[in-house]
Design a protein around this ligand. Structure first.
Ligand code: HMG
Ligand code: MG
Length: 302
């Protein structure tokens, strides 16, 4: 069966904008996030407190996050990425209370993305997750990247993904997001991975899926995950995004494409598609290029 309701975890301002060549002013980012919330998105990943040299696109996190205080006060959840204690300290100082750490199922991407082995990166996250909880964070998400394929290593073993995911939960993460960072997965692989997590004792309610749409499989993969009991789906407004540390990663599943499918299936999201498409069209104008989302183009006539 399919769920009656799906929670969309919007990643456009973070996963989307981290990969845009154009410099986006803080006031445009803040307006983007306000408009996303205005369309009904209740969780919007706002930015990352990573090393500014590694991700210059998000080096303005100290300027952006305070702009969002009224939204946070109104109950919109604004998680931020923190790789280490330094990042967590920066985010806590600004009042952030919901966090995500990001691990890799493969050694190659752990090295490229975090300058660490997989084991070293998990050791780096342990005090972050603990300190976040002590500071009152009720939710700390753990991403697992390269769950299906890796640009350096090729196909990824399911056992490696489950091992890293289970470890993140043991360290105190409240939710896992399973990332197809380069968008190569097909539905049979998604089913196999979710079954493997089930066998490891991880309920689908603790899992989110995070698909990039490189090969046009993101919606088919999402539907497969919903049939396996997953009810949290990551998506990026307008299909923005990619990953600067992984060749061949293109944008995330577009939130509008996801909404078209979910609403067509009668699944509630609380998000208003027309308002969201208008926001993505506006953002595409700011970035100087059309949205790659088919639904945005169909609805806004681009
Ligand atoms: P490193 O060079 O190993 O850092 O980078 P270090 O721990 O050796 O520290 C070196 C210096 O950086 C020190 O300064 C630190 O204070 C400073 P110094 O003492 O030399 O003056 N530093 C920091 N400054 C500001 N904020 C910080 C910070 N940390 C250290 N947080 C590090 C290690 C983890 C920092 C680096 O590799 C990094 O920032 N990586 C982030 C990469 C990233 O953001 N990738 C994109 C997100 S992941 C993704 O997109 C995938 C996802 O979407 C899911 C999917 O699709 O699969 C989530
Ligand atoms: Mg991603």
């Amino acid at each position: 069966g399919l769920p009656a309701r799906v929670r969309i975890y919007e990643v456009g301002p973070r996963d989307g904008l981290q990969n845009e060549a154009a410099a986006v002013p803080v006031r445009v980012k803040a307006e983007f996030i306000r408009r996303l919330a205005g369309a009904g998105l209740t969780t919007v990943e706002a930015t990352s407190f990573v090393h500014p040299r590694w991700v210059p696109q998000l080096a303005d996190a100290e300027q952006l996050y305070p702009e969002l205080a009224p939204l946070a006060a109104s109950g919109v959840r604004l998680p931020v990425l923190v790789p280490n204690e330094r990042g967590l300290d920066r985010a806590l100082a600004l009042g952030a209370r919901e966090f995500a750490v990001f691990a890799s199922a493969t050694e190659s991407f752990a090295r490229a993305n975090l300058n660490r082995t997989v084991a070293q990166s998990l050791a780096m996250f342990a005090p972050v997750i603990r300190t976040a909880a002590e500071a009152g964070a009720t939710r700390v998400r753990g991403y697992v990247s390269m769950c299906f394929g890796d640009p350096w290593e090729g196909p990824v073993a399911t056992a490696d993904v489950v091992r890293v995911g289970v470890r993140l939960l043991e360290l105190g993460c409240t939710e896992l997001s399973l990332g197809d960072t380069i968008g190569v997965a097909t539905p049979g692989q998604v089913a196999a991975l979710l079954d493997a997590f089930g066998r490891a004792g991880v309920a689908p309610g603790r899992l989110a899926v995070h698909f990039h749409d490189t090969y046009g499989q993101a919606l088919a993969n999402t539907l497969t995950a919903l049939r396996h009991g997953v009810t949290t789906v990551d998506a990026s407004a307008g299909g923005l995004g990619g990953c600067p540390f992984a060749r061949s990663a293109t944008g995330n599943l577009a939130t509008e494409d996801l909404l078209w499918m979910l609403h067509g299936l009668g699944i509630e999201t609380g998000v208003e598609l027309s308002a969201l498409a208008a926001t993505s069209r506006w953002m595409a104008g700011q970035l100087g290029r059309p949205s790659p989302s088919r639904t945005v183009r169909a609805l806004t006539g681009d």
